[in-house]
Design a protein around this ligand. Sequence first.
Ligand code: HPA
Length: 236
Amino acid sequence: MSVHISAKKGEIAKVVLQPGDPLRAKYIAENFLENARLVSQTRGILYYTGTYKGKEISVGASGMGFPSIGIYSFELYTEYEVDTIIRIGTCGGYSSDVKLFDILNVENAASESTYAKYAWGFEEEIFSHQGNIFDVINETAEELGLKARATNIHSSDIFYRKDPATPAIATKYNCLAVEMEAFGLFANAKHLGKNAATILTVSDIIPTQEFISADEREKALKPMIELALEAALKVI
Ligand code: HPA
């Protein structure tokens, strides 16, 4: 047990897939894993452990934003000896340079957030994926015939804002899209010497207000989920 996860030691695998949404974790456990069992449901943040093609893997939620992913990823790495976290999420595109359903493999996450500075004393405003799981995802995408574009993204504290213009930090680092967690995950992994990657599916295009409907989401996220699971197999 950790402060926010009620699984016993040994009940979480070395590799964890981490969507933001607890119900997405449940969907992945029920539809992609064999013998999945619920190992934690504290605060409704569901964690499951099962096998994928015979290898043990866990899937559980991060919640939204740096405070939430900061807590869950830290406890997974430090209390459960997790080696690798693959975040699988959605993002909003800043321009029509990305399209709905595109899959992004995040190379660097830039943020105005003070999370990494006040947590770990890091002064950087941009963090890279950590370890070799990013490369494994690229190789795996190629083998599966999937396009996973390596790109920089903006990790923001803010979903709703007054000014509709693309934030300066996103322009500075050529960030094609925005989400709310990768920067926190990468900072924790860097501090702890662990492995972390983030794969995103573009779920909305901010300037045109196009978005993937709720009905389409499950089907839309399937290629990303399969990519994450197949990449995970190679590091277990
Ligand atoms: N902003 C922030 N996070 C997101 C978005 C967005 O538009 N879409 C999906 N995650």
